[in-house]
Structures are given as structure tokens and as C-alpha cells.
Design a protein around this ligand. Structure first.
Ligand SMILES: [Zn+2]
Length: 265
């Protein structure tokens, strides 16, 4: 039986028996792994604090055939700011679910792990960063890091660079995964199909920024007003379109937000 060491984040926990858990962990070298963690629900367990949801820990794991069994876990960061705030908690649940969906198993997922660590850090600790911006930028960057980047550099049809487009809007074709400038759409609009999303050039610059940014800089920009709404709407739609499914945790996040708005009134 080999003993392996991984650094990873707990994305999901399923309880079984009285004191045991099956953990879904995102690791750098092996991507998503499923780890059997015996006894960790017991108050006597020395590992319990390091195997909670969203914990970033060093895991010592025994590999037996194709099964990973926890030997010990050493907490590096618990992102406790997330647990004290229901909206942050709901958002982190969504981040965990979409990460578990997009990340692969038995592959190097160092970049996805770095992205999620950065995102959880911002959500837990950066009070100046609006949650909506982190949410949208994470949705888009996760898709990019997992190989599904949209093309926002130039018009698909005439090749004009985004920075050289003079009109106020561009169109994004979900079918082609590329932008088309307003001139080209007005010339031969119907050729691009139904699923075109109109976006301001300013929102498009924010999208282009996230696509090209370094992982640790994925949310370091400002946006407000109508461009912020367009950016958020695009990023969520792009993620859902790319995943070809919806996510329960996203519905949960919106139900929490709705409740919070109600409580404020
Ligand atoms: Zn064009």
C-alpha cells in the first residue's frame, strides 16, 4: 500500500455510517479524487477540522488498488470567513459544484486548484471586492482554465480587433464561440444564427481581461452600472452554456440572495 501526499480543497462531503465521510477533493497533481475518511466525524478525530467543506489541507493518503483512504490531514486554510456569512457560503458551494463538474480526475489540475484557492481567498477575506464580480469572473475563468475560452480578440467576420471597433456594441455568437462586430451583424445578421448576445464594448473588454489574466489576477478589475450587469449575465450564461446543464447550488445561491433582499426591506 502506497502512502501519497496531496494538497487539495474539499469540494464535497458525503456522510456515511456514524463517523465516516467520503470526500471529493480537488488536488493539483491528480485532479478530483474521492477519499474515504474514517472516523472524522468523531470529536476525538485529530483530522476532523482539516476535512471540512472548503478546507485547503495537506492530505496523507493510502492508496489501495483504486481507492484512496485518508491517513491524516493537516489544515492549511479553512477560509472561515465563508462560514460566517450565508451569501458567501452559498457562493462557495456554487464554486465547489462547478469546479467538481469541470475539473477532471487523474490529471494535473494545478491551475484549477490555484484559481479556486484565489477565489475562496477573495470571498472569505477581501471585503472590498463585490461578490457578484468574483462570481462572474470565476465562472468565466474556470471555463477558460478548463479549455473552453471564448474568442474576444477580434471580429470573427472582418478581423477587426476589439480595441479598434468603433461602435458601442459587439455580438457574441454562442454557436461559434466568437465575437462579431456590429457592422458585420447589420450587413449579414441572419447568417450568424439566433443565439447572438449583444454586449457593450466595455463589458467585452472586461471579458477579454478575464480570459487573458493571470490566474491570481482574475478578479482584479472594477466595473459598475450597466456594464457590470452585462458582464455578470454573460459569464453565468457562458458557464451554463458550456456545461450544458444547470446547477442546484446556483439556484440555492439565488434563493439566499432573494431572502436577504426580503429581510432588508
Ligand atoms: Zn466585423
Amino acid at each position: 500500500m502506497d502512502t501519497l501526499t496531496f494538497y487539495g480543497i474539499v469540494l464535497k462531503e458525503v456522510l456515511y455510517n456514524d463517523n465516516d465521510k467520503i470526500l471529493t477533493v480537488l488536488t493539483a497533481n491528480k485532479g478530483i479524487i474521492s477519499v474515504t475518511a474514517k472516523g472524522v466525524k468523531s470529536i476525538k478525530s485529530k483530522n476532523s477540522s482539516a476535512v471540512q467543506l472548503f478546507c485547503y489541507s495537506e492530505f496523507e493518503i493510502l492508496k489501495y488498488k483504486n481507492q484512496y483512504v485518508l491517513k491524516s490531514a493537516n489544515l492549511k486554510d479553512g477560509f472561515y470567513g465563508i462560514r460566517d456569512d450565508v451569501e458567501k457560503y452559498a457562493l462557495a458551494c456554487y464554486f465547489a459544484e462547478i469546479t467538481a463538474f469541470f475539473a477532471t480526475s487523474e490529471n494535473d489540475e494545478t491551475d484549477v486548484l490555484r484559481l479556486l484557492l484565489n477565489a475562496l481567498y477573495v470571498v472569505a477575506k477581501d471585503e472590498n471586492k463585490p461578490l457578484w464580480l468574483t462570481k462572474a469572473a470565476f465562472e468565466l475563468k474556470l471555463a477558460c482554465v478548463c479549455g473552453f475560452a471564448p474568442q474576444f480578440e477580434y471580429c470573427k467576420s472582418c478581423g477587426t480587433a476589439l480595441g479598434a471597433i468603433h461602435s458601442k456594441h459587439v455580438f457574441f455568437s454562442f454557436a461559434e464561440n466568437e465575437i462579431i462586430c456590429e457592422d458585420c451583424v447589420s450587413k449579414n445578421g441572419n447568417n450568424y444564427g439566433e443565439n447572438l448576445k449583444k454586449l457593450s464594448v466595455s463589458a467585452s473588454f472586461a471579458i477579454q481581461y478575464v480570459i487573458n489574466s493571470q490566474i491570481n489576477r482574475f478578479a482584479t478589475f472594477k466595473l459598475d452600472g450597466i456594464n457590470a450587469s452585462a458582464f455578470c449575465e454573460f459569464c453565468e450564461k457562458y458557464l451554463i452554456y458550456t456545461a450544458e446543464r444547470s446547477f442546484e447550488s446556483l439556484k440555492f445561491y439565488y434563493s439566499i440572495k432573494k431572502q436577504l433582499l426580503k429581510d432588508q426591506k
